[in-house]
Design a protein around this ligand. Structure first.
Ligand SMILES: Cc1ncc(C[n+]2csc(CCOP(=O)(O)OP(=O)(O)O)c2C)c(N)n1
Length: 329
């Protein structure tokens, strides 16, 4: 399957996943309130560490004018689609230079220029927004597509089903991408839904579906390519389900395996499938990617991260007069 991509593309996917991983690790490092220099990011943070392959695999196949809609766990797809890093970190710092002028925080990332439509923390609520974007694309005769990224729990919301029905009925150019990390906060999928594959729900709407390994970035990308092509050419929507795992707590920078809702063994099982490590190994074993090559990549990424945090720190807070305005433009 990986033979489908030349080494340069595999490296690009690795670079994108590694960049997201290092950015989120930097957030996790700077977030805790136990260091005096911290306490600057006051919004909640929902990290995608461990889940990087799904947004990267899909976004590598999207054009700039394609649009994505996101949830509370939005950093990774925002970055994979080309969202501005400085504006993201500044938003987390509540600064005027953030993508929402510091009014939204980490769960409200958007970047018009990169096609990041919006990020919404009300579970399921972004799905009809992305479907609406697809309706607009269809009506203006564009061949752009939209993708909604969301978790397994969002498929329990009524609006998921309404959106699937409407998108199938109108053959809208949209993709429903479920990042199935198997938990809704502390409740496992098996305690919430009957025992059947999530993608089976597509059958009820006469919609094609795909189920795959969310740790295999190349596999995600190949599957996304087919669904995107179908959407672009009038073939309508696809439901895509990718199995993945969130390594850290639901919300925040810590590991929480000790609190009992999941086991250390289960965590280790998924950690061994790390999408970044898997691609690193492939590149090193089969594509002559050396430690030096990776060191150069890491240096470039780290300097970009450093720049973004310095930018956020040095940016002004919103003006007191307008800080409470509901609409930021
Ligand atoms: C309508 C709604 N119900 C409940 C919540 C509280 N809540 C926030 S995140 C979350 C879990 C969402 O799980 P999932 O959609 O699978 O995404 P994940 O966090 O696993 O990425 C819940 C229940 C909410 N934000 N919105």
């Amino acid at each position: 399957m990986h033979a489908t991509f030349p080494a340069s593309e595999l490296k690009a996917m690795f670079q994108s996943m590694l960049r997201i991983r290092l950015i989120e690790e930097a957030i996790a490092d700077k977030y805790p309130a136990d260091k005096p220099e911290n306490q600057k990011m006051r919004c909640p943070v929902h990290l995608s560490i461990g889940q990087e392959a799904v947004p990267v695999g899909i976004c590598e196949e999207l054009r700039n004018d394609d649009q994505i809609g996101l949830t509370h766990r939005c950093h990774a797809p925002y970055l994979a689609k080309g969202g501005d890093l400085r504006a993201m970190i500044a938003e987390m710092y509540g600064k005027e230079t953030g993508c929402c002028g510091g009014r939204g925080g980490s769960m409200h990332l958007y970047d018009d220029a990169a096609g990041v439509l919006t990020s919404l923390p009300i579970v399921g609520s972004v799905i009809p927004i992305a479907v609406g974007a697809a309706l607009a694309m269809q009506q203006v005769g564009s061949d752009a597509v939209s993708v909604s990224f969301f978790g397994d729990a969002a498929s329990e919301e009524g609006v998921f089903h309404e959106s699937m029905n409407f998108a199938a009925l109108k053959k809208l150019p949209t993709i429903f991408a479920i990042e199935n990390n198997h938990y809704s906060v502390y409740t496992s999928l098996s305690d919430r839904q009957p025992d059947r594959p999530l993608e089976k729900m597509a059958e009820a709407y006469g919609m094609p579906a795909f189920h795959g390994d969310g740790n295999d970035v190349a596999g995600v990308r190949i599957a996304a390519r087919e669904a995107i092509e179908r959407a672009r050419t009038g073939g309508g929507p696809t439901l895509m389900v990718f199995d993945t795992y969130r390594w850290r707590e639901h919300c925040g920078p810590n590991y929480d395996n000790h609190i009992g809702y999941r086991s250390e063994g289960e965590f280790q099982h998924w950690k061994e499938k790390c999408p970044v490590e898997t691609m690193r190994r492939l590149l090193k074993q089969e594509h002559g990617f050396g430690d030096d090559d990776e060191a150069v990549m890491v240096t470039v990424i780290n300097s970009e991260i450093e720049d973004a945090f310095v930018y956020a720190e040095n940016s002004p807070l919103p003006d007191a007069e307008t800080a409470g305005d509901l609409v930021y433009a």
